[in-house]
Design a protein around this ligand. Structure first.
Ligand code: MSP
Length: 648
């Protein structure tokens, strides 16, 4: 019987149109699934959309739609995009589907009945965007969310809690006894230290909004979006439904289950999800692969920054295979990758146009020129044998490396190993100078052998490119007349195909791209004029001059500034405000280096109650504002102001 392989992407929030970041995860999973199919696995590939929660409710409102209309629209766009990218998912789950909702309702009730969920009260600062509560020590700049920097709201609500603390030891023991549960290793270490730092019970219901799955026994609560979302991995298999055959096959009796997730959502998958499964008495069958992010030169992709790049544009102009190749090739295992227009064009020109595409067209034209298109496998001794033997060795080694790396999810490295073989094959042409061999009748046999080696190597390379270049590989097999049984992994050995009869003329596989002008085209998409008007926060209710007088704003001079030892987003500064030198912590590290701040005259709210921010005392707040692009600027005072001058 075939071994099974079940792979999932995160289910994406349908808040806005998907950019290349979402496409990265989905293409990665699709290529791995295609690879596993070639290896003979019985595969199942799931993706979908995570459609509940306050964030979606608010996005719908901003677009003048009901939440259902909004998610129907974006989820439809997502499914069209995956078709355009030739994604071969077996299922697409939407958390607003009945098949999912009824099971989540049931899961919640069972956890409640087992006392793994209990009713309590939560008081804390809530970030709508991240749908999470934060403790005062986690907040930055007074009330800002430590993850996204947006202001949080102080909420007090009745809520259900999931007993995470009860399962902490069992989870640590599980991680310890399953060394490959989380990879890469560094991510696993982060998770372990997070658990060891103490797990708080998790608030798993909300009453402040209604767009979600209602708690059956207490419908004024909706189920927390992550409990709802994580369940998709089994609800989509028919867990707890009339027909659970897929669940039995791919989960309970399955051989491999992989959840591919971005590094930002690792904690949910490595802690909450296994604990939910333990509480439900479901075996933890999955392993986690946490990948890095596609970043832009100026940081995260954001519509407001005008730096978002969408897959459709790249596919329409440069072709599907170029996009599918680039997107999984550019990010190294577990790391972040930078998207730049120049790199995009260069990567296509180097790997696909120059190396692979050229190899195929040069070889086909030589085989036609010297042998009328037909070449046999020949065994004989000749002076060029060592070059051919070396190529065969490199091929064997590259095939082995490619498979090992693909099995370890090191996709970019696997493609690199394949590039080595492409390079070595091209080198055979330089080593043997076929045009010279062709001049002489005696070197006719070695020439045929060289041509055979080139063709056989192209066949092997093309077999291995199949999970990535879905339009090109069938074309190349067609040019070379490769029979179907010589395109699978069983045929991955030099010398398997005995003879070749190639087409008389082959079109170029990838057109060469003009680097400068094409980079400019991509750049122009990224700087598209923003259609939306910048949003101005509504003016708050009127206050009196007495209210204003309660806020004591002083000018201050920054004497020293350092990066906060435990928080990337924070700077810790010594600021002279006339009365004393204050320690002030501020969430501006993304926009200002410590050395930029020293010497600046800033405006400080001097009578704000001191707070500790990630362990550092902050005795005041520096005034700052964001522009329409979301960039932050501190409000600078005139350098002629003395420290302590009162702002009125
Ligand atoms: N809905 C949750 C996931 C629930 S899974 C049970 C969610 N959705 S998301 O749309 O915000 O993000 C989905 C995935 O996209 C995450 O894995 C995230 O890391 C990934 N990416 C979002 N932007 C990305 C890049 N720029 N680059 C690479 N991946 C990125 O979180």
């Amino acid at each position: 019987m075939k071994k099974t392989f079940y792979i999932t992407t995160p289910i994406y929030y349908p808040s806005a149109k998907f950019h290349i970041g979402s496409a990265y995860t989905t293409c990665l999973c699709d290529s791995v699934t295609r690879y596993k199919k070639l290896q003979g696995y019985d595969t199942r590939f799931l993706t979908g959309t995570d459609e509940h929660g306050q964030k979606i409710e608010e996005a719908a409102k901003a677009n003048g739609k009901t939440p259902q209309e909004h998610v129907d629209y974006i989820s439809g766009l997502a499914q069209d995009l995956w078709k355009q990218l030739s994604i071969e998912n077996d299922d697409f789950i939407r958390t607003t589907q009945k098949r999912h909702e009824v099971v989540v309702e049931d899961i919640f009730e069972r956890l409640l009945a087992n006392d793994d969920i209990y009713l309590g009260e939560y008081v804390g600062n809530y970030c709508v965007s991240c749908e999470s509560y934060f403790t005062p020590t986690q907040l930055v700049d007074g009330d800002k969310c430590p993850d996204c920097g947006r202001p949080t709201k102080l909420l007090k609500e009745e809520t259900y809690f999931l007993r995470l603390s009860k399962y902490a030891d069992r989870l640590l023991a599980f991680i310890d006894s399953h060394p490959d549960f989380i990879f890469p290793e560094t991510r696993k270490n982060e998770v372990v230290s997070f658990i060891k730092s103490g797990l708080q019970d998790l608030s798993v219901s909300r009453t402040a909004f209604s767009w979600g799955i209602k708690v059956k026994s207490n419908p004024k609560h909706v189920v927390y979006v992550w409990i709802d979302a994580l369940s998709n991995y089994i609800t989509a298999l028919g867990y707890d439904s009339k027909d659970d055959s897929l669940y039995q096959k791919f989960w309970i009796n399955g051989d491999e289950v992989i959840h591919v997730v971005g590094k930002d959502i690792l904690r949910f998958h490595a802690i909450y999800w296994p604990i939910m499964l333990m509480a439900l008495d479901i075996p933890i069958k999955f392993r986690l692969y946490a990948h890095g992010w596609y970043l832009m030169k100026d940081g995260k992709m954001a519509k407001s920054k005008g730096n978002v790049i969408y897959p459709e544009q790249l596919v329409e102009r440069y072709g599907l295979d170029a996009f599918r190749y680039y997107i999984v090739r550019e990010i190294q295992y577990g790391n972040d990758g930078l998207f730049t227009p120049e790199d995009y064009i260069k990567r296509i020109n180097t790997d696909l146009v120059n190396d692979y595409g050229n190899l195929v067209s040069r070889t086909i034209s030589m085989v036609n020129k010297y042998f009328g298109g037909t070449v046999q496998k020949t065994v004989h001794n000749h002076s060029l044998l060592s070059f051919e033997q070396n190529l065969e060795e490199v091929a064997t080694e590259s095939i082995k490396q490619y498979q090992t790396l693909m099995d370890e999810f090191k996709i970019a490295d696997a493609l690199k190993a394949l590039s080595t073989l492409v390079g070595r094959t091209n080198k055979l042409i330089d080593d043997t100078s076929p045009w010279d061999l062709a001049k002489n009748e005696e070197t006719h046999a070695p020439l045929q052998s060289v041509m055979y080696h080139l063709l056989e190597s192209i066949r092997l390379i093309t077999v291995l490119y199949q999970p990535f270049l879905m339009e090109t590989c069938p074309k190349v097999f067609g040019y070379l007349n490769v029979e179907e049984n010589n395109t699978d992994f069983e045929s991955l050995k030099f010398g398997v195909k005995e003879n070749y009869e190639v087409v008389s003329k082959a079109a170029h596989l990838f057109p060469r791209l003009e680097e400068e002008s094409e980079s400019e085209v991509i750049r122009s998409w990224m700087n598209e004029p923003k259609k939306e008007e910048p949003k101005i926060d509504p003016i708050l209710p009127e206050i009196t001059i007495d209210d204003f007088a309660k806020i004591d704003i002083r000018s201050g001079k920054v004497l020293e500034a350092i990066q906060h030892p435990n928080a990337d987003k924070l700077l810790v500064m010594k600021v002279d405000t006339g009365d004393k030198v204050r320690n002030i912590v501020s969430g501006i590290a993304k926009y200002y280096k410590p050395e930029d701040m020293v010497g600046k005259t800033v405006l400080v709210i001097a009578n704000l109650k001191p707070v500790k921010l990630r362990g550092e005392l902050s005795e005041g707040m520096i005034l700052a504002a964001e522009n329409a692009a979301g960039e932050l600027f501190i409000v600078e005072g005139s350098s002629k102001l003395n420290p302590g001058s009162k702002i009125s």
